[in-house]
Design a protein around this ligand. Sequence first.
Ligand code: NDP
Ligand code: 8X3
Length: 247
Amino acid sequence: MKTALITGATAGFGAAAARLFTAAGWRVIGTGRRADRLEALAAELGPDKFHGAVFDIRDDAARDAALDTLPEAFRGINLLVNNAGLALGTQPAQQADLQNWRTMIDTNVTALVSITHKLLPLLIERKGAIINLSSVAATYPYGGGNVYGGTKAFVKQFSLNLRSDLAGTGVRVTSIEPGMAETEFTLVRTGSQEASEKLYGGANPMTAEDIAAMLLWVASLPLHLNINVMEMMPVNQSFAGFAVHRA
Ligand code: NDP
Ligand code: 8X3
């Protein structure tokens, strides 16, 4: 039985992936700050299949305390899914809150590389895999995307550079780059349920289950095959082109 560590399993893609991976026969360690949600998932999926590890991903000591004391059955991690992340704010750069920028960098970049660094020796030993959640925002700029898009561009390039360094180890690395998917993402970004419903309303966005299915597909490929980058959008989302300001 293989074991996946999925960060950010209390909501959205991570929770859907925890359900799908356990149903497909994996053991899952799911992380997040909301202990009640991880406890509910353990009750739903079974404590032999799902272990909740409660910590703020930005807190190195809390992360180490949780991961260094995993139950025996969950210690042989084969797959790291770096999913925990967030956007904060939709304001243009010149009106954005600096603390929001720092929180996005601390979570989406610093915490992601820190947990990856911690698990690399084990993943190399086990010829495992890493799947990183980047975004279409890594490639396509949009107003208000500023630092969020910057963090996701980092995740994409870090993934590709990891592949270079891990050549010959057998470790696979994939950057998954979704467009609009309905989760708690927009509620967290805007702080407004109304704004979230307005964004997704009528757009037929992707679902958390859509992304979870892609994560499981990538994780289940033959061991000689590496998907470098995988980008997906709902059919109703596309591109808006360049903006021109005329004086
Ligand atoms: P959700 O808001 O639904 O879930 C985010 C998850 O990240 C939660 O489980 C949350 O757990 C966790 N998380 C956030 N901050 C921290 C923290 N400081 N410590 C620990 N865990 C944290 O969002 P999604 O499922 O949509 O997003 C998952 C990933 O996918 C993110 O990296 C996002 O940027 C990316 N993405 C999302 C897209 C979308 O349209 N939804 C599109 C492209 C990429 P908790 O709050 O309990 O700590
Ligand atoms: C989330 C997708 O388009 O809101 O990463 O930036 S988008």
